[in-house]
Design a protein around this ligand. Structure first.
Ligand SMILES: C[S@@+](CC[C@H](N)C(=O)[O-])C[C@H]1O[C@@H](n2cnc3c(N)ncnc32)[C@H](O)[C@@H]1O
Length: 303
């Protein structure tokens, strides 16, 4: 296991954006290494409370005993049910710092990184999940595979990649990262381009394995339901697909960005945007924490 589990991105900007009072009821739906959660707790008084979710059981090792803190080892797609189960009707602020942690990339056994060629093609954030990257490569139809690489990796050669995968797996099923790297080797070019294409292909598979786009939509809808009027929803995204979804949702209350008008023709939206322009890390933060480079922060207040 790596020494540092995860360095939180946009820590101050995101926690400031939650507008926390000492008695706030907060939710961190992506606990990870607990960096954001610790900052949130430092702003809460005795009557405040923080509920934190993570679907990865490794995150449990980062929990610190605190009577104002409840950890929920679950997918955040069950946000509303769990919050209600704990007897809470409305919350004041919700933070989502999406995607995987550095721990996922650095732990060889998890199969998220193309650096570890001998690892299994796993990529599950929830180790109890049924669908691994190998399962997808060995069982999806050619069309399904092409869609995954095109929609989630934005890879132009997605159809050709899918066709090679379907042929290759007839000879030998996909098991190790090296199996996938062999297939991709003809599509990647060299140098920086190679890294970029591999990163896009791995990202695509990871998003599919963890159903990241579906769970994000479910969580955002439920977040809107359980936030009190005036409550804050704070989201950090790491790729354009997530960011587009969050941006649309904040602006219009739906994921397509469709502007809805009421009977009188007034623009109906459930949120007031706290930052019109997306917040990104400073150059100092990027230098200190290169993985924060793609982070984008959006903050909305429920009307
Ligand atoms: C970017 S990390 C969060 C890091 C955290 N903010 C910190 O300060 O250490 C994302 C975390 O969210 C978890 N996660 C991602 N998607 C999830 C989901 N749908 N449900 C629950 N946890 C999820 C991952 O397992 C990972 O630990």
């Amino acid at each position: 296991m790596a020494d540092i589990y995860h360095i939180p991105a946009l820590l101050h900007e995101s926690v400031d954006g939650m507008n926390i009072r000492t008695d706030s009821i907060c939710v961190d739906v992506t606990f990870g290494g607990g960096g954001h959660s610790r900052k949130i707790l430092s702003r809460l008084g005795k009557s405040g409370h923080l509920y934190a979710f993570d679907q990865d059981e490794d995150a449990i090792n980062n929990i610190q005993e605190d009577s104002r803190f409840t950890f929920i080892r679950s997918n955040f797609r069950f946000l509303k049910n769990f919050i209600k189960y704990h007897g809470v009707e409305e919350v004041d602020a919700i933070l989502a710092d999406l995607g995987v942690s550095s721990h996922h990339f650095d732990d060889q056994e998890r199969g998220f990184s193309f650096r570890f060629t001998d690892s299994d093609l796993d990529m599950r954030m929830n180790q109890k999940g049924r669908k691994t990257a190998a399962y997808i490569l060995n069982n999806y139809t050619e069309e399904q595979l092409a869609n995954v690489f095109y929609l989630y990796g934005e890879l132009k050669q997605s159809r050709r990649i899918a066709s090679v995968i379907v042929k290759t797996r007839k000879e030998k099923p996909y098991k190790k990262i090296s199996d996938l790297l062999d297939t991709l080797s003809t599509f990647v070019g060299r140098g920086e381009k190679e890294k970029k294409v591999l990163a896009q292909a791995f990202q695509a598979l990871r998003i599919e394995v963890n159903e990241e786009m579906e769970t994000l939509k479910e969580m955002l809808d439920q977040a809107l339901d359980i936030l009190r009027p005036g409550g804050r929803l704070v989201v950090i995204t790491y790729h354009s697909l997530e960011d587009r979804l969050v941006k649309n949702f904040f602006k219009t209350g739906n994921f397509e960005g469709k502007i809805e008008k009421d009977f009188f023709g007034n623009f109906e939206t459930p949120f007031r945007l706290v930052n019109n322009k997306v917040i990104v890390p400073t150059r100092e933060e990027e230098e200190r924490n290169p993985r924060s480079r793609s982070a984008k922060l959006r903050i909305a207040e429920k009307i």
